[in-house]
Structures are given as C-alpha cells and as structure tokens.
Design a protein around this ligand. Structure first.
Ligand SMILES: [Zn+2]
Ligand SMILES: [Zn+2]
Length: 314
C-alpha cells in the first residue's frame, strides 16, 4: 500500500508499504481523506523522533462501509491512570501517527475499535477532517470557566487559534482573537473581535481567560500581559524552544495556568453536524496522496490553511 513515511528528518511517499499490523482490539480502516497538521510538520523535522506513517486527522471507512474517524491516544485501559479515567495520559499509550503507532496518511490504517467515532452524514469529509483538532479546542471549555460573558482572548491566528475562538464563542464568551495577519484574523467572522498583535498595548488587562495558541515562546509573555489578576491562562500549543519568561507575575497576580491538549470527539462532532462551528474558512489546498510531498510543502508555507490529502478517489 501507499503511505507517507516520516523518516526522522523528512517525509517521503512509500508505494510499497506492508499492510498495517492489526493489534488485539484494533480494526482495519480504508482511509478516505487526511489533514496535514502543524504537528506533522514538526514530526517531519524530527520532533519526538517518530519514524513511521504520519497522520492523525482523518476520515476513513470501516471494511463494511461506515464513515468513521478515531481518537488518537491508544491507551492500555488497565493501568491506574486509565482506571482513573485519564486514558489520554496513559503512560503506556501510543499515539496515532505521532508516537509508536502508524498513522492515517496511507491506504489503510489500524486503530483501536473503542477509539472509533461514526461520522454523521451532515458532516462531509472535508469538514470531518477537523474533528480531532476541533475536539482539542473544546478541551479548553472542559478545563477553564468559559461561559456567557467571559472575556477571553485567543492569541494566534493560525488554525488552532481560529478553532479555539469559534469554540469559545459557542459558550457565549466575548471573544477577542489576537494575531499578526489581518487576512487570517478576517477568517474569524463577525462574531469574533480581532486585534493585531502590535495594537494590544491599548487593551489593558481586561481578559478573564487568555489562551496561547501561538506555538511560539513569545506568546506566553503576551498572554501574561493581557490576563487580569486572578485570571486564567490556557496553554494550547507546545513550542519547539524553551520559555524565557519571568514567572513572578503568575504568583503576584495569582494566575491559574492550565495545560490543554486532546479533547472530546463527541462535542466536536455535534458542533460540526449542527453547523454551530463552521470550519470551511480553514480548508486549504487539496492533493492526492500521490502528491504528498508537494502537499507537505504547501502545508509548510506561511499562512497555509489546512492542506488535505485525498487517499481514495471520492
Ligand atoms: Zn494535529
Ligand atoms: Zn493505561
């Protein structure tokens, strides 16, 4: 079969991969469409030392033709962490296309049956590719107090920033999206206030919650400068480097800091199915799996929207 293989420092399309090994409890799926995520670009540069088939945002079919996607953390379900309902933190887990398990940028992928979610007909393939990153955005709502009238700033006008802005809006929050690019901020739509990063100084510190989705080390200091005393700072992105920030304001202002990663698939599926969140503005260029190398170049371009890889000719 074909698959996009991460070699540890680059990617290539391999046309002669063996079919995936199917572990106990797993099911074999035929992949229809996969999305390229910034994490894939980082993995291709050697992040986490992953070697194998990439891909953790995808739509596939079961062998009897049902459209599905899957959660990406493959937990053991027997350890203390799993039994305490923290499967996403299972110390024995593999992660689809990221850690110790081949991913979905291939003709076939094997995933744990208990991780599968059916995709309603109301969500077409292009939107369904966003279920995983949208679920990650919804995680923030589980963790922080974000509701009617909460003043929240989202830092970063990339794909995750926009998803987080729309998700915060679903809870009735007053959302301000802060970014460097007017064109990307404009994708947010009329219900989201937008501010260019170099114009945040006049804002003061009005925000109950600030979510850093910048993926850069400087985002943290900006977030800290905007959150009110006794407010909450949500860290949504890992960064490649290290933070070099004075943490004294966290103590003095009693800021609550929350790390935030993977989230609830059912909530994301419901939001897409009802149109509560419309991800259409984030859909970018589309390629065949055969052109995966060009697709990765396009995904790495500045300001790229979500690049899609068509695996089956739908
Ligand atoms: Zn991702
Ligand atoms: Zn476990």
């Amino acid at each position: 079969m074909r698959g996009v293989v991460c070699t540890g420092n680059s990617i290539r399309l391999d046309r002669n991969l063996p079919e995936p090994q199917i572990l106990p409890g797993e099911s074999l799926l035929r992949v229809r469409l996969a999305g390229i995520c910034d994490t894939d670009l980082q993995l291709a540069r050697g992040y986490m030392g992953f070697q194998g088939v990439l891909g953790h945002e995808f739509v596939a079919e079961t062998l009897d033709g049902k459209r599905v996607t899957a959660e990406i953390n493959n937990a053991c379900h027997t350890c203390d962490t799993c039994r305490a309902s923290r499967q996403n933190h299972c110390p024995h887990r593999t992660v689809l296309g990221i850690l110790g398990h081949d991913g979905a940028m291939a003709d076939l992928v094997a995933v744990p049956i208990r991780n599968l979610h059916k995709i309603p007909d109301a969500i077409d393939d292009r939107r369904a590719v966003f279920i995983e990153p949208l679920a990650a955005a919804f995680r923030m709502i589980d963790q922080a107090t974000i509701g009617l009238g909460t003043r929240i700033a989202i830092l970063g006008d990339g794909k995750l920033g926009l998803l987080c802005a729309w998700v915060a809006r679903t809870s009735g929050a007053e959302v301000t999206l802060v970014g460097k690019h007017r064109a990307k901020l404009d994708l947010a739509g009329a219900e989201i206030q937008t501010v260019l990063l170099d114009q945040t100084e006049g804002l003061g510190r009005p925000f109950d919650v600030v979510a850093d989705c910048t993926g850069s080390a400087s985002g943290f200091a900006t977030a800290l400068s905007l959150v009110r005393p006794a407010g909450t700072l949500v860290l949504k992105t890992t960064i490649a480097g290290e933070y070099d920030t004075n943490l004294a304001p966290v103590v003095i202002d009693e800021i609550t800091m929350i790390g935030s990663r993977c989230g609830p698939f059912p909530r994301a599926i419901a939001a897409l199915a009802t149109g509560e969140v419309d991800v259409t503005p984030l859909i970018g260029a589309e390629y065949s799996l055969d052109d995966a190398e060009a697709a990765f170049q396009a995904a790495a371009a500045r300001g790229a929207r979500k690049v899609l890889l068509h695996v089956r000719n739908n």
